[in-house]
Design a binder for this molecule. Structure first.
Ligand SMILES: O=C(O)CCC(=O)C(=O)O
Ligand SMILES: [Fe+2]
Length: 371
């Protein structure tokens, strides 16, 4: 097996992931995270341009999983000459025995949020967890209209520059005031605004969905019930954080999110207990063409690397072929935000709208939510 020139196997480079073999997954857990420079080193040397398969494997507890509620499927994307890709379900085009571990850990599609599926996500055994039809259409429509009316502030994105956080705009607008607004503010005013607005914003989203349950509230309850450990909204400076922000992406700006793959990593100083970071995206309005979540199935950036990690200008060209997942209206997608990811550009008249919250995961497997 060699995806890297000179006959060097990726597994040889990655001792923590050695034991991983199809059909008896002992796939990397959080402790097997590699640092960013290793990731780049692997993938600048040689990549394979397809990721494909439909795999029935084992779940996180070693049980066989096949079709049904806990179906594990790999979807793949094929890059065509103009660099765009098509996502589709196919069968067994890759022999997973011959691929490095992370090519096998792709997309798990499920009908409901279960402890098994969440464990696969949190242990990095899969790349994306997709809960289909999480939100009824009429709730999507109500919230989409609400966000489009209210959400026009720019949602900047935190990147690192010379070891410092810098905020950049990639064409996403927002409803709600996110925690990252405080990262570059030394006056304390943004913190005050953040804490003051958190609960009223959550309540306004709840009210906009009423008399139905807002997807964020449903998620909070179901996560708490499904996950055996603590799982609730974070506290920051002794107060509840925001959980659930509206994201509104106008068509005309959608290219910006595509050309800049990014990762999301809250500074450890904000949440010293954080071990891993995930995100939950609830899709309310999605374009017919494009607007896919694109994610690179490489080991998530290591916590010790993150604060210093400057995204290379040509990150995309240094990464292997991506996985693209096209959410349908009403779907919920969860993934590790320390993996490079992007949103592909799209066309059409409507903005792409979603609700989103981050998920912090501690070494004790406890969960906290904020945005
Ligand atoms: O909108 C999406 O599909 C992904 C959003 C994103 O970048 C995130 O949740 O970290
Ligand atoms: Fe992100």
């Amino acid at each position: 097996m060699s995806l890297v020139p000179n006959g060097l196997s990726l597994e040889d480079n990655c001792p923590d992931q050695h034991q991983n073999k199809m059909n008896h997954q002992k796939i990397p857990n959080g402790d097997a995270e590699l640092n960013g420079s290793q990731v780049l080193h692997f993938f600048t040397e040689g990549t394979k341009q397809v990721q494909q398969g439909n795999m029935n494997g084992h779940n996180s507890f070693g049980d066989v999983v096949s079709n049904g509620k806990h179906e594990q499927e790999a979807r793949y994307s094929e890059q065509n000459s103009n660099g765009f890709s098509s996502s589709r379900k196919e069968e067994h085009l890759i022999n997973f025995e011959d691929t490095p571990p992370w090519y096998r850990n792709l997309v798990l599609e499920t009908e409901e949020l279960t402890a098994d599926a969440l464990a696969d996500l949190f242990n990095d055994k899969i790349c994306v967890l997709c809960v289909k039809n999480y939100i009824p259409d009429f709730v999507c429509e109500k919230l989409d209209a609400f966000l489009r009316e209210k959400g026009s502030d720019p949602y900047t994105h935190e990147i690192r520059k010379n070891g410092k956080v810098d905020l950049q705009y990639f064409g996403v607008n927002r409803y709600g005031y996110p925690l990252n607004s405080i990262y570059t503010d030394e006056t304390g005013e943004n913190l005050e605004k953040y804490l003051k607005e958190a609960l009223p914003t959550m309540r306004s989203i709840r009210k906009a969905a009423a008399p139905y349950l807002s997807p964020i509230d449903k998620f909070r309850v179901e996560l708490d019930e499904a996950w055996p450990k603590k799982a609730n909204v974070a506290t920051f400076k002794g107060q509840k954080t925001l959980c659930g922000i509206g994201r509104i992406m106008p068509t005309s700006l959608s290219k910006l999110s595509e050309v800049h793959p990014h990762f999301d990593a809250v500074p450890v100083s904000c949440f010293p207990d954080i071990h891993k970071q995930f995100t939950a995206n609830f899709y309310l309005n999605v374009p017919d063409q494009g607007g896919e979540l694109e994610i690179w199935n490489v080991p998530p950036l290591d916590i010790s690397t993150i604060e210093e990690f400057k995204i290379p200008e040509d990150w995309r060209s240094q990464l292997p072929a991506s996985i693209k997942v096209k959410p349908d209206k009403g779907d919920l997608l969860l993934f590790n935000t320390r993996r490079p990811h992007a949103i592909t550009s799209f066309s059409g008249l409507n903005p792409r709208t979603s609700l989103q919250t981050f998920i912090g995961y501690t070494k004790e497997s406890e969960i906290f939510l904020w945005v």
